[in-house]
Design a protein around this ligand. Structure first.
Ligand SMILES: [Zn+2]
Length: 498
């Protein structure tokens, strides 16, 4: 009798713990899991508090957004600028649809996207703002009195956004919605002044600083939301559901929504990895989770610890892969049993961007090679750890070197790797230069100085610039310090030539 009772209790515990894990109720993590903020004073970074209400009938959302904006520049500011990326989708010919492919490129079925700013206020006071017709992805807010250096203000914005019909970073498709670059985000003021770049069609034309986020997303209740940051709560109210999400020291905030998402999660070294998939193939979902787990473990070990408690891999309608802080979009096209190698490569690449672009930021408009070269070479590092040196060399030769050598015949003689997005013709020169050639530069460092020195450089680069913005000069200076060698020749060979 006793025995049976004990047996039943044990069985009950096992069943409860198993079902608990399955529904994700038993695992949790903070938004930020590291104590070392790399010297950042959290009171000096911007905070975004956004309430967004998604209407899936009309494919619109309303946003109410307060930004506690800190003037970290060396001047008193009379204007503050924000990017309005949704306006890039106003017309099909101008829309930054990746690689100009996909059925959304059909002019007769394209429905445009845009953002309408309805209010800009400080307290009760309405502010003036300007959106130039020919630069409509930039919002210029006129302050009534200058914002002094070191001081902050609470700007309040209200807006309405219409989603376009694109299977891209921003837009909706049959199975859900991708919401990258969906809200007004502050432009960066750096040594060159304000960066007011448009949403270029080539590259990832984004440049931003880390901020704290408190985002409340209300959707129809059948919708499942994947997002940057930590999901604090999910509350149903009638036919609606509200998600409260927090992000700490993240460079941007993206999300995706679908009623079809199948969700699976696992805790790996203090971080909860979640896979959200529009495709209910448990083998591929498990595979994606495993690739995410391996990537986080390897990059934690070699580059430095991923500082966030949450990481989401979203399988959605998308042409390739795209990184945002704490969340990546992965094409459903790769969710196929014969394409696991590509699925792996893309998840690894986008996960590496969490370190290169996300945690260590860079100006992706002016110096795209810096994060793309490192993310591409991180694929080789991953293969080296999982499959060994021989396979890593084979992967490098076939996926990086060969691609560049094939393309080099089509590149003009003065094509250089390190140049702004506006100077690339399109993906056909951007790809071989910014991904492949830049990764060949990183490989050259390994060939010349050894694996240990390269890892030392990457680890130091990560720790020195995490949560901050690094430049090509910063990276090269660090390489020269660690190797005690001038990099002038290497720069000329790899970055300023082809
Ligand atoms: Zn990339």
């Amino acid at each position: 009798m006793k025995r049976i009772k004990l047996f039943i209790i044990v069985l009950l515990i096992i069943v409860l713990s198993l079902t608990g894990c399955k529904h994700g109720k038993t695992i949790n993590a903070d938004a930020l899991i590291v104590k070392n903020l790399n010297g950042l004073d959290e009171s000096k970074i911007n905070e975004y508090r956004i309430d967004v209400n998604l209407d899936t009938e009309n494919m619109t959302y309303k946003g109410k957004q307060t930004v506690s904006y800190v003037n970290n520049t060396d001047i008193d500011l009379e204007d503050i600028y924000f990017h309005l990326y949704p306006n890039a989708f106003k017309s099909l010919e101008k829309a930054p649809i990746l690689f100009n492919i996909g059925d959304e490129m059909n002019p007769s079925s394209y429905k445009p996207g845009y953002i309408e700013i309805e209010k800009v206020k400080i307290g009760d006071k309405d502010l003036q703002w300007i959106i130039d017709e020919d630069k409509d992805t930039i919002l210029n807010i006129k302050l009534e009195k200058p914002l002094e250096r070191g001081k902050s203000i609470d700007l309040y914005l209200e807006y309405m956004v219409k989603l376009p019909t694109t299977k891209d970073r921003f837009g909706y498709h049959d199975k859900g919605i991708n919401l990258g670059n969906w809200y007004p985000i502050a432009c960066v003021y750096d040594n060159n002044g304000w960066n007011l770049d448009p949403y270029y069609k080539v590259g990832d034309p984004f440049y931003s600083e880390v901020a704290n986020y408190k985002v409340s997303i209300t959707t129809p209740k059948e919708i499942i939301v994947a997002a940057s940051g930590k999901i604090i709560s999910e509350r149903e109210d009638g036919d609606k559901k509200t998600y409260k999400i927090e992000g700490q020291l993240i460079r941007d905030f993206a999300w995706a929504a679908s009623k079809d998402f199948v969700v699976k999660e696992k805790k790996v070294e203090d971080t909860i990895i979640k896979v959200y998939s529009i495709n209910n193939d448990s083998k591929l979902i498990n595979e994606s989770l495993k690739i995410g787990e391996n990537s986080i473990k390897i990059f934690n070990k070699i580059f430095g610890k991923y500082p966030y408690g949450w990481y989401s891999i979203v399988n959605t309608e998308f042409p390739s892969g795209m990184e945002y802080p704490g969340i990546v979009f992965i094409s459903n096209d790769y969710f196929h049993k014969y394409l696991i190698d590509i699925l792996e490569k893309v998840i690894v690449h986008e996960t590496a961007h969490q370190w290169w672009y996300g945690i260590v930021g860079n100006n992706q408009v002016d110096e795209a090679w810096l994060d793309e070269g490192l993310a591409t070479y991180s694929e080789v590092i991953y293969i080296n750890e999982i499959q060994g040196k021989k396979e890593a060399r084979k992967y490098y030769d076939e996926n990086i070197k060969l691609g560049y050598e094939y393309a080099v015949h089509y590149l003009s003689e003065n094509d250089v790797v390190n140049k702004p997005l506006s100077e690339f013709a399109g993906w056909e020169d951007y790809g071989p230069l910014v991904y492949s050639r830049a990764a060949m530069f990183i490989d050259k460092i390994k060939e010349d100085f050894g694996e240990e020195v390269l890892y030392d450089i990457l680890n130091n680069y990560y720790n020195k610039y995490k949560f901050r913005i690094a430049t090509t000069e910063d990276f090269i200076t660090l390489c020269e310090e660690i190797t005690n060698t001038s990099f002038n020749e290497l720069i000329n060979e790899y970055l300023n030539g082809n």
